[in-house]
Ligand binder design. Structure first.
Ligand code: GLN
Length: 553
């Protein structure tokens, strides 16, 4: 590899020690938040070491939600946290998987791009990683890239990325920092916080030629002085560079907590920054206080299917939906009480939907396939007939349309062709023209992915909520409302309030306010654009309707 002149661009690599699931993603997002608050521009990069080219093919029960960027790239849910903490969109270059990295090296090799050389993981794949990191920095024009290396130190599969980070550091030592997010267990039998696993994790990191500059010590409790000193001596990290990160009630407290140990000062000073303005976190703190304390309760039922994995309920599959509900509830001084309602139960026993009467709002999120479908449709029917505020996201909009077609539009056995290709009334189907258009795009074959524009119809709930004529929202679906049924459904009373500029694609369906307090579905995924301090207008309209129902009860 060619030695480059020092670019001045800075990198902070965030690596995990001891075990996964201790909040490395939130730590990365919080570092980004703090640096931005100090007036430094950052881009946040997630490296996922698996061989999937993107997260689109992964099961949400196992891997959590697939988060789609404006560009259409299907990524890991950490990217959602990054965007929410930074309050801005990230680009497709800010995400990479081993599948992508190896894919481009192999494609280049097939195109004779290596001039007859033997192509190897080190240096060629490693250098591809470095190139990608540089490109992400260039495209975002940031001062600092905060890069989260997925997995834990010692994993076979992320060693390549540790080596890329090592080389970037070697070429420009003053521009690079390593932060290790580690875990200090308190075994029940001992009742004492143990530092040894972290000591060993640092030793493992050292074996890659990398020394952590900063340790973020995750634990159930704050780190005491004795343990801080022990960690400092054994890990070769100055005690001032060890940040205590005890469990917190809400992830939005994490940046504020980090600041107690002056993390942004440590980072900026270590990277050679002179005076930088103090971080003004007052608005964020106000929001974090609400997240902790909330206000009057509003009871929301999410009818879905990706909940059960053994004995665990995995809400990671719907994380953006949950956060979007929270942001809008906090903006209304309310605290959401979210209940998981398994659509399979309603399918087995449709009468069980009567329990929905107790809820202030019902939401059907996105989904694929047949499981629990009739259960979801039964829940939607109940919400419509009993005037319970309803919000349908993607599949939730398609099924709302199917329910309306069947039970109000008189279209018996109407369905989506995803479930019944033989239905006499294919209300939701794959549009051939869409397949053709999408095939030309890079991602996902026949999936409509990423940001698409949408025009809003005057006088509708959607138009009023957004307060503007046209919007851009993110998509991830294959099927669409069948244009041949639009006239019939409209005559039956369903209002298509959001439509693509070419008038072919129905993006929002709703019932007029005089018919129902809030019955609205979006073909897109609004949850991917909701941010803590700027909640999504449609979620806010839904929550407002739910609060009004509660008041009447
Ligand atoms: N299964 C539906 C489709 O492919 C909806 C997808 C979704 O909810 N994300 O169109």
């Amino acid at each position: 590899m060619k030695r480059r002149a020092q670019s001045g661009h800075k990198y902070i690599f965030v690596v995990g020690g001891v075990m996964s699931g201790v909040g490395k993603g939130i730590a990365t997002a919080s570092i980004g938040k703090l640096l931005t608050a100090r007036g430094v521009s950052v881009n946040l990069v997630k490296i996922d070491p698996y061989l999937n080219v993107d997260a689109g093919t992964m099961n949400p029960i196992e891997h959590g939600e697939v988060f789609v960027l404006d560009s259409g790239l299907e990524t890991d849910q950490d990217m959602g946290n990054y965007e929410r903490f930074l309050e801005r969109d990230l680009g497709g270059d800010d995400y990479m998987t081993s599948g992508m990295v190896y894919g481009s090296v192999i494609a280049r090799e097939r195109n004779l791009g290596y001039g007859g050389k033997c192509v190897e993981t080190i240096p060629h794949v490693r250098d591809e990683v470095i190139e990608r990191l540089r490109r992400a920095a260039d495209v975002s024009n940031s001062d600092i890239s905060v890069v989260e290396i997925g997995g834990t130190v010692g994993d076979f599969q992320n060693a390549l990325y540790m080596d890329a980070a090592r080389v970037i550091h070697l070429l420009s030592p003053h521009d690079v920092l390593f932060v290790m997010v580690s875990y200090l267990p308190v075994p029940g039998t001992l009742g004492e916080m143990k530092t040894k696993p972290t000591q060993n994790a640092v030793r493992l990191l050292n074996s890659y030629g990398v020394q952590p500059d900063i340790i973020i010590a995750r634990a159930a409790h704050p780190l005491d002085r004795k343990r801080k000193e022990k960690l400092a001596i054994s890990c070769n990290v100055h005690p001032a560079m060890i940040v205590s990160a005890p469990d917190v009630e809400s992830i939005y407290d994490v940046p504020v907590n980090f600041e107690r140990d002056k993390l942004s000062d440590i980072l900026l000073e270590s990277l050679g920054y002179e005076e930088k303005p103090e971080a003004d976190l007052s608005v964020w703190k106000e929001f974090a206080d609400k997240a902790r304390n909330g206000g009057k309760r509003v009871k929301i039922g999410i009818v879905g299917k990706y909940f059960d994995t053994g004995d665990f309920v995995l809400s990671d599959a719907y994380i953006s939906v949950i956060e979007s509900i929270k942001f809008s509830a906090y903006a209304h001084d309310a605290k959401p009480e979210i209940h998981w309602l398994n659509a399979k139960t309603y399918e087995a026993n449709p009468k069980a939907v009567a329990e929905l009467e107790d809820y202030d709002g019902i939401l059907v999120p996105g989904g694929f396939g047949e499981t629990g479908i009739e259960g979801k449709i039964a829940a939607i029917k109940f919400a419509r007939e009993n005037k319970i505020p309803y919000f349908g996201l993607c599949y939730g909009m398609q099924l709302m349309t199917v329910e309306y077609a069947r039970n109000v539009g008189g279209l018996k056995n109407a369905h989506t062709t995803e479930i019944n290709p033989e239905t006499p009334h294919p209300i939701i189907m794959i549009l051939p023209e869409q397949v053709e258009k999408l095939a030309k795009k890079d991602y996902g074959g026949s999936m409509r992915l990423g940001a698409y524009p949408c025009d809003l119809v005057e006088g509708t709930i959607a138009r009023k909520a957004y307060g503007k004529e046209s919007i851009s929202e993110r998509h991830r679906h294959r099927y669409e409302v069948n244009p041949e049924y639009i006239e019939r459904l409209s005559k039956a009373g369903l209002v298509f309030s959001g439509i693509s500029p070419d008038r072919r694609l129905m993006e929002i369906a709703e019932l007029p306010k005089k018919e129902h307090p809030f019955m609205l579905g979006t073909q897109f995924h609004p949850e991917m654009k909701a941010r803590p301090l700027s909640p999504h207008p449609l979620f806010s309209a839904f929550i407002k309707a739910a609060i009004e129902r509660k008041k009447k009860a």
